[in-house]
Design a protein. Structure first.
Length: 203
């Protein structure tokens, strides 16, 4: 089952949700405020042309609402997952802890998945899974311990990740909680800047 889920996740979640799920988050609550560069609708196409979309909205000043869709040929074939997410800092590195609120399979409701994001420019983000060996019921403390060890060994993240392109924006008014609609892009997405490899990055 564990191997089956890894294969499924690497294909379907395109590194946004790849890897195993866990019973506990990396940190019990947000370590930082939301990163407004992540807000909007993002799209990823795999090598076969299959389209995946993710929407990132502000839930509060330090939490996100995230939906993820695997688009099918018809609405009935489209699968959707929903999450509440927040930034979890481990040492000097930042990751996303994402709690599943609605599942279309594989990731159970209440389970957590983790990801590292790399903002390339205004319209492009690379998502990478955390390569953890811990059991699903591992505590947050032990998960952070493994993250620290793998960061030091430079084995926490895969060399490459999934490049997501923003196709719609949403803005976070820091005053008040008024819901903000998605808006057209102010600038058309050009080719992304070539990112550093994981071996050369500081997370």
């Amino acid at each position: 089952m564990r191997t089956r889920f890894r294969a499924f996740a690497l294909l379907l979640f395109s590194a946004l949700l790849a890897g195993c799920y866990f019973d506990q988050p990396l940190t019990s609550g947000p370590s930082d405020d939301i990163n407004t560069w992540l807000l909007g609708v993002w799209e990823y196409k795999d090598e076969k042309g299959k389209v995946y979309r993710a929407g990132v909205l502000p839930l509060t000043g330090d939490r996100y609402t995230v939906w993820f869709r695997s688009l099918g040929k018809s609405p009935k074939e489209t699968k959707e997952w929903q999450f509440e997410a927040w930034t979890s800092r481990v040492g000097n590195s930042s990751f996303l802890s994402m709690k599943c609120l609605k599942s279309a399979g594989e990731v159970p409701v209440g389970g957590f998945v983790f990801a590292h994001y790399q903002v390339i420019d205004q319209q492009h983000v690379i998502m990478r899974p955390l390569q953890l060996d811990s059991a699903p019921d591992t505590t947050s403390y032990l998960l952070r311990s493994e993250v620290r060890v793998k960061l030091k060994e430079k084995t926490l993240l895969p060399e490459s990740g999934a490049m997501w392109t923003r196709i719609s924006e949403v803005h976070w008014p820091r005053e008040g909680d008024a819901e903000q609609p998605f808006q057209p892009l102010r600038f058309p997405p050009g080719p992304p800047i070539v990112p550093l490899s994981t071996a050369d990055q500081q997370f």
